[in-house]
Write a protein that binds this ligand. Structure first.
Ligand code: ADP
Ligand code: ZN
Length: 437
């Protein structure tokens, strides 16, 4: 096997005690910076009775107050800006998946650090300067395109700044220029795989070897599907605008959890209900403290993403802690007839039952009872079945979902191409109950 390569080996393989020491030093410095330059956070610290003197290292982290998206929205656009605007060179903003957008500021050093993180992800996926990297995440305010674009440049790949959309052109450039690495959302990767197949291409007709897919939750089943349809290894990448963008964590060749770039981001898992820190290995909400960011240095930021941290050594040699795939945001979790439901659970069942990951979940309320409708698209081959066959298939799928969730859904198998495709983040859930409240 080819020996492991790292983009910044000194950081990525740093002994664990050294990482902790480094995090402590950076935390002390960062808390001072925030105290001095971010009035809304200082107010929070004062209300909690904490001053910078109380924070001597990572062991004191729990004393600091949390930050939430609501804090950032309340202080929109620049209440959390910690340097003069003249020192900033960029803004990006969240996708607004769950509400009003949040704007994040970057100094040139913040951009450099972010791009380095993306470069680490590309190298971990096998990228070198010989590669042709097709970046099909959206460019603009969304962090996906600019982040991976910057990372690709740093690695020295030939970068194709495609942005999202225009599938015809994506395929043409992918094939004509021999793209070897594809970066986009997993739902768009699945769509590209489907489009290539429709045009009569086989997985071996493209030169792709790896994909770096993130920005939305996806399951292991979906990974296997994409790997098969494109003939690649599919790697997960995670991040959020508030902490910089994609590249906060990334998968290595083990494809078993994403290494968090702990030299820049300090991760904790907390109980989302009580806010108490949880020991490693327990499932809870991921909280980040940015240790190096200058313009937008968030302390104890609640991501609302639910996952588990794993500190067991990774065979790839990276010493950074690994986070499991987030199974969805705490606010993505649907409560249907009193049962907690994550869209990813439904996706798992669909793929296990042989359907493509083109689906939409609709929750509503009728006669004071929650209703759950799952619309699932059939492939062309599946569609040729008789009506009777479809009814039986709907029943079978409903049964499988019931086994997973404990509640009965109504399944609708619909014609190919009737569920809107997303070029960015897929819209999986339509919760009509929220419109009533
Ligand atoms: P928004 O919060 O408006 O969607 P962002 O574009 O910054 O704004 O998205 C960040 C969020 O996207 C994360 O908090 C997480 O919920 C989700 N996300 C990003 N990468 C992944 C991934 N690899 N797996 C699952 N979810 C992800
Ligand atoms: Zn690893």
């Amino acid at each position: 096997m080819e020996s492991e390569r790292y983009y910044q080996p000194q950081a990525e393989t740093m002994p664990v005690e050294q990482i902790r020491q480094m995090q402590s030093e950076k935390l002390v410095r960062q808390v001072r910076h925030v105290w001095e330059h971010v009035p809304p956070y200082r107010t929070k610290m004062e209300a909690a009775g904490v001053t910078p003197e109380d924070i001597r290292g990572v062991e004191d982290l729990h004393k600091l107050p949390f930050l939430t998206k609501a804090d950032l929205r309340d202080n929109y656009p620049d209440g959390f800006l910690a340097v003069p605007k003249a020192d900033c060179v960029r803004i990006q903003s969240t996708s607004g998946t769950t509400g009003r957008r949040v704007v994040a500021f970057y100094t040139q050093e913040d951009v450099n650090l972010w791009e380095d993180c993306c470069a680490r992800a590309i190298v971990a996926a096998g990228g070198t300067r010989e590669d042709v990297c097709q970046v099909s995440y959206g460019y603009g305010l969304f962090t996906g395109g600019p982040g991976l674009n910057g990372g690709s440049h740093r690695v020295g790949c030939l970068t194709l700044p495609m942005s999202s959309g225009n599938t015809e052109r994506q395929i043409q450039f992918m094939l004509d220029l021999g793209a070897t690495i594809l970066c986009c959302t997993p739902s768009y990767a699945a769509y590209l795989g489907e489009a290539l197949k429709e045009k009569g291409y086989k997985p071996e007709d493209n030169k792709l070897k790896a994909g770096i897919f993130g920005a939305e939750p996806w399951t292991e089943e979906m990974r296997r599907d994409i790997e098969k349809s494109l003939g690649i290894k599919a790697y997960d990448i995670y991040g959020l605008t508030e902490t910089s963008g994609p590249g906060v964590s990334f998968e290595c060749r083990e494809q078993h959890g994403m290494h968090i770039n702990e030299d820049h981001f300090l991760a904790e898992i907390i109980d989302p209900d009580t806010g108490e820190p949880l020991p490693d290995g327990e499932k809870g909400e991921l909280v980040f403290t940015s240790l190096d960011k200058q313009a937008f240095p968030l302390l104890r930021y609640r991501t609302r993403d639910i996952c588990v941290l794993d500190r067991t050594p990774c065979p790839c040699g990276r010493t950074f802690v690994r986070m499991s795939k987030p199974m969805g945001r705490s606010d993505d979790m649907l409560i249907i007839r009193g049962v907690n439901v994550f869209p990813s659970q439904i996706e798992t069942v669909l793929l296990q039952e042989g359907y493509a990951p083109n689906y939409q979940i609709e929750v509503d309320r009728a006669n004071n009872t929650d209703t759950l409708d799952v619309y699932v698209e059939l492939s062309e081959e599946q569609f040729t079945d008789t009506v009777k066959g479809v009814t039986a298939a709907e029943k079978k799928l409903a049964g499988a979902i019931k086994t997973m969730l404990g509640i009965n859904p109504v399944v609708h198998l619909v014609a190919p191409k009737t569920i809107a495709r997303s070029e960015g983040k897929a819209v999986r859930v339509v919760d009509k109950r929220k419109l009533i409240d």
